[in-house]
Design a binder for this molecule. Structure first.
Ligand SMILES: [Zn+2]
Length: 301
């Protein structure tokens, strides 16, 4: 009688248990996480290690991140050496064969895009250079499309039962992206051909998409903090070229860009470069809305 009762309990528990465990996806930054949520829907649990307002070049390889990765079915990285300072240590500390480099559970999204600024061997060693190309490619929405396709393909490989769902979600994502791209292109059109200054070399893809020009950077070399002499040169450049915009991320020091803006006609625009960098940037599409609205508002004023 007692046995009969416990068998019933087990049967009831089995019936109530979810039919399918979700795929656990861990990403280094917020942007692949946002795209994975859009494509994976309710078949995935997604966690990004880097917060949206953190500098993605530097992250502490915390033990809790290794625990997250130990349980992961898929680890997505931006690649092109963006995470070179911490991703290898995290993978080593995770003790999870599934997410090792080269395994189906490891997805380097830079493989899906065409990198810009690939540095010839002779020119390497100048500041914090990413020799295989600039890693800030998610700031071109067309690269977001390529990332989404690569993510959908990998989720389908790891979870074949979900293939139809991933394909449908991808189609919906691409349709919305196409519509948003028309909106963003219209807002950015008046700025085509204009020269701007950016803090870091992180806007290359964005600038190439919207046909802006970068006259120079606040950093004297990539990853090297601003210095007075270069800042003085920038002020002269801003004056002589009539530059109206300095674009920077919120996690960099504002003092030098503020100084340039206070002494010239240029306006300083501080924007997130990742989902979650500000409250309103909840999705990949929101991120471009926030960036492009801030730029066009500054250009109009
Ligand atoms: Zn960088």
């Amino acid at each position: 009688m007692k046995l009969h009762f416990s068998l019933l309990a087990v049967a009831a528990w089995l019936a109530a248990a979810p039919a399918l465990a979700k795929l656990n996806v861990v990403t280094t930054t917020q942007d692949p996480a946002a795209i994975t949520r859009a494509v994976g829907g309710d078949r995935v649990n997604v966690k990004a290690l880097c917060k949206g307002l953190q500098d993605p070049h530097f992250l502490d390889a915390k033990p809790t991140f290794m625990v997250d990765l130990n349980r992961a079915d898929l680890f997505e990285v931006i690649g092109l050496d963006l995470e070179v300072g911490y991703a290898p240590a995290l993978i080593a500390g995770a003790h999870n064969e599934k997410i090792g480099v080269g395994q189906p559970g490891y997805l380097d999204l830079s493989q899906a895009i065409t990198p810009l600024e690939v540095v010839p061997i002779a020119d390497r060693g100048q500041g914090d250079i990413h020799p295989n190309g600039n890693p800030h490619y998610w700031l071109d929405p067309e690269n977001g499309r390529l990332m989404a396709r690569a993510i959908a393909a990998r989720l389908s490989q790891l979870d074949p039962d979900g293939k139809k769902t991933y394909e449908a979600n991808l189609a919906a994502f691409e349709k919305s992206l196409t519509a948003k791209e028309a909106e963003w292109a219209a807002k950015m059109a008046p700025l085509a051909g204009k020269s701007i200054i950016t803090y870091h070399r992180s806007w290359t893809y964005f600038i190439s998409r919207y046909k802006l020009q970068v006259a120079d950077f606040v950093e004297p070399k990539p990853g090297i903090p601003p210095v007075p002499a270069h800042t003085l040169d920038l002020m002269k450049l801003v004056q002589s070229k009539g530059i109206k915009l300095i674009l920077m991320e919120g996690f960099y020091d504002r003092r030098f860009p503020e100084l340039i803006a206070s002494k010239t006609q240029a306006k300083l625009v501080v924007v997130p470069n990742s989902v979650g960098g500000v409250e309103q940037a909840k999705t990949y599409f929101d991120l471009f809305d926030v960036i492009i609205d801030a730029i066009s508002a500054a250009a109009r004023s």
